[in-house]
Write a protein of this length. Sequence first.
Length: 120
Amino acid sequence: MAIIRDLSDEERGILDGWLQLNNIPLTYRDEKEFCDALKVARIFNRIQPGLDDLISYSPCISLPLNFLNWQIFNQRVLRKLDMGVSLRDLEKLALGCPKAIDSLLFTLMANESLLKKNKI
């Protein structure tokens, strides 16, 4: 199970380079928009096409619906990739906490080659 954590400066620099390489803009303003799991699901699908059916999510702006989308994403994608997160961390993601999305994307980046190798 993945744990949402603060990234070191070095890890943050590596993540920034990976985001640029994959044409994923992520500024503080964007991070707040990532409180909806649909946007993160699109990134995961770009890295690993066909990983998830995006019609399962509805675009939303309310916290309860954001949290529901994150629960669906956790169940359908993160656990499948052995990256599942706790309900407490799902809440942080639904609130749009910048450190939470950074940590999740860093974990995705670290697992990207494994995902493609195993075609999960």
